[in-house]
Design a protein around this ligand. Structure first.
Ligand code: UDP
Length: 390
């Protein structure tokens, strides 16, 4: 049987999942490139050499999904501990639970409302003059009213995205639920967990196959595509074309690392919602692994800024000019006969890990069912669909 050699740009979940499915179920070999020196992309975790704490190097990652198939899939590659993510928000009026829930509402407004009273109360706060919300700010004002918006969302969102919230898509806010119960979990999904040995170990296990070769510290560029029968590209879409039409806007995140004795905030994540505080949140890593005990602690202050040359792109901004440029890049991508773009950067969408894995599994299925490689799709999912966020 002739083995077809497929190239992969990026050793994150997207390419790892597709490669593993192809090599185990079809006549393929995979060569995976990543310019970084580790696998797992922005999910990368490793133990801090000084304290032994598992650190999420590119910010907190909590696995959550409502898709049982995806949940079962990730658990094939390592043990996940149950972890119900809870977030606190530091506002000008004090520290409260996020997403906004019954307890947040009662504490913030100094009331003792029942769930149905709280629901009616929030409805009374919403701005009824707004029809179909056209942007993030309108969505928030319509749903929650001015006071909650100003305290929990305006400052944080402006710091996180670097623009006025009315320039952002309403769908970004839809990521955050509002609840009229005491359920404090940040996510609604029934399956939530954190891998005991970290995400990097999970991705290493997916890649651990004799027909997968991983080349770290190396880049697969457009010129390298000709060496393969097909390439899956999970790097930035505009970067593949050497930014020839211009740059898509991304936010990047930088971290200020701190170490201390004991416990810093007794909580995994505290968001800082006030505009006057320069960072967006503080993540204290040992609280992502409550099954482990440490005398010391590591916490990261997280700052958000516009991506410049050399920065790691994190969040696709998808402002109106970006969406126009995106359409032009899609046309270029559709002329590439041997490349499939996938994942957060390849499709320029704000995606959570579980969505990336779900899309990668579906893409692998499509490719395994199409023996004519030339007919493999240009994208895992259209970049014009919004994904989990904006
Ligand atoms: N957000 C906010 N205040 C907060 C948390 C979130 O205004 O304390 C807004 C912000 O615009 C953010 C969006 O809600 O981008 C979605 O939040 P999520 O936690 O999903 O963002 P992530 O941490 O995944 O980037």
């Amino acid at each position: 049987m002739i083995e077809r050699v497929i190239g992969f740009a990026g050793a994150g979940f997207s390419c790892a999942v597709v490669a593993r499915e192809l090599v185990t179920r079809g006549p393929f070999k995979a060569v995976i490139y990543d310019e970084r020196t580790h696998v797992a992309g922005n999910c990368h975790t490793s133990r801090d050499s000084e304290t032994g704490i598992m650190v999420h190097h590119y910010g907190p990652h909590i696995f959550h999904t409502s898709n049982e198939h995806v949940w079962n899939y990730v658990q094939r590659w390592g043990r996940f501990e149950n972890f119900s993510h809870q977030v606190k928000a530091s506002t000008a009026k004090g520290i409260f639970h996020l997403p906004i829930n019954l307890r947040t509402l009662n504490e913030f407004f100094g009331k003792k409302m029942s769930p149905s009273e709280a629901e009616k109360f929030v409805q009374s706060l919403g701005d009824r003059s707004i029809g179909e919300p056209k942007n993030f700010e309108e969505q928030a004002l319509k749903m929650l009213g001015r006071e909650l918006y100003d305290n929990f969302f305006y400052g944080y969102t402006k710091k996180q995205w670097g623009v006025e919230p009315r320039q952002l898509s309403a769908s970004i806010l839809k990521r955050l639920p509002i609840r009229f119960t005491e359920d404090l979990s940040y996510f609604n999904d029934p399956f939530q967990g954190i891998p005991r040995a970290g995400y990097t170990a999970i991705v290493e296990n997916i890649l651990d196959h004799p027909k997968i070769e991983v080349r770290l510290g190396e880049r697969l560029t457009r010129e390298g595509v000709k060496n393969f029968e097909h390439v899956f590209y999970s790097g930035p879409l505009d970067g593949y074309f050497s930014y020839q039409l211009g740059k898509l806007n991304y936010r990047t995140v930088t971290f200020e690392e701190h170490r201390a004795d004991g416990d810093f905030q007794n909580h995994s994540v505290v968001n800082y919602c006030e505009e006057r505080i320069p960072y967006t949140r503080i993540a204290e890593h040992k609280h992502f692994a409550p099954w482990e005990k440490f005398d010391r602690t590591v916490y990261f202050k997280e700052f958000s800024k516009q991506t410049e040359d050399g920065d790691t792109p994190f969040y696709p901004m998808r402002l109106d000019p970006d969406k126009k440029l995106l359409q032009d890049y899609i046309k270029l991508a559709e002329q590439e006969t041997a490349v499939t773009f996938l994942g957060r950067l390849g499709t320029y969408r704000y995606l959570d890990m579980h969505v990336v894995i779900e899309e990668a599994l579906k893409l692998a299925e499509v490719c395994l069912n199409e023996s004519d490689i030339k007919r493999w799709p240009h994208f895992s999912t259209s970049p014009l669909s919004s994904g989990a966020g904006g």
